[in-house]
Design a binder for this molecule. Sequence first.
Ligand SMILES: CSCCC(=O)C(=O)COP(=O)(O)O
Ligand code: MG
Length: 228
Amino acid sequence: MNNPAVRAVVTDIEGTTTDINFVHKVLFPYAQAKLPDFLRANADTPAVAEQISAVRSEMGDPDATLDAVIAQLLHWIETDQKATPLKALQGMVWADGYQRGDFKGHLYSDVAPALRQWQQAGKALYVYSSGSVQAQKLLFGYSDEGDLTPLFSGYFDTHIGHKREATAYQRIIAELDLPPEAVLFLSDVVEELDAAKQAGMQTLQLVREGTQAGNTHACVTRFDEIAL
Ligand SMILES: CSCCC(=O)C(=O)COP(=O)(O)O
Ligand SMILES: [Mg+2]
């Protein structure tokens, strides 16, 4: 692909820039282990209290005990549900892990050089992940390729909508203030690419090891196959 009409790139994280195993075998278990104590210690902190209250709303039980809230959050982690308050709390817990050096954000080796090249070519770079904006900034800020946050012009999470819904991409396009066809969305998940295409974006599927290629979107296996 060589497409000078592309003026902005929006990238997914898990399975696109980053190994799914890092998310599922490092980040999620870390949050699972640390969340209960983190919530008990910080339940009265305004940022945490706000998310606890959002969990209670999603449970439909404004009086749910903290133990019930914790059980709900652990269930969401086990079943990989992209609930917005869970994602916010995970980001807060991962901040400790990154800052203490317990892990670094995994990036495939082709990602950082391509992002730098695209930025130098004048493309605006954005992230769209179900992980919270805080979690996205941590992953790229404490990545195993160093701090890549200066490369990005912005970040979107589930506050803009869910990744399999076209309306989320329409809102992103409105925020970028670009024609939809000037925006390229990169993801490993066909349903996300379908939604982005429905909103008028260009799409490319990343077929990393273990990803099933679909037949409705152009595919690449690495970022360095994408010439912008
Ligand atoms: C921002 S790193 C953690 C990613 C995460 O929590 C997640 O659920 C993966 O979502 P994605 O939309 O990147 O598949
Ligand atoms: Mg993905």
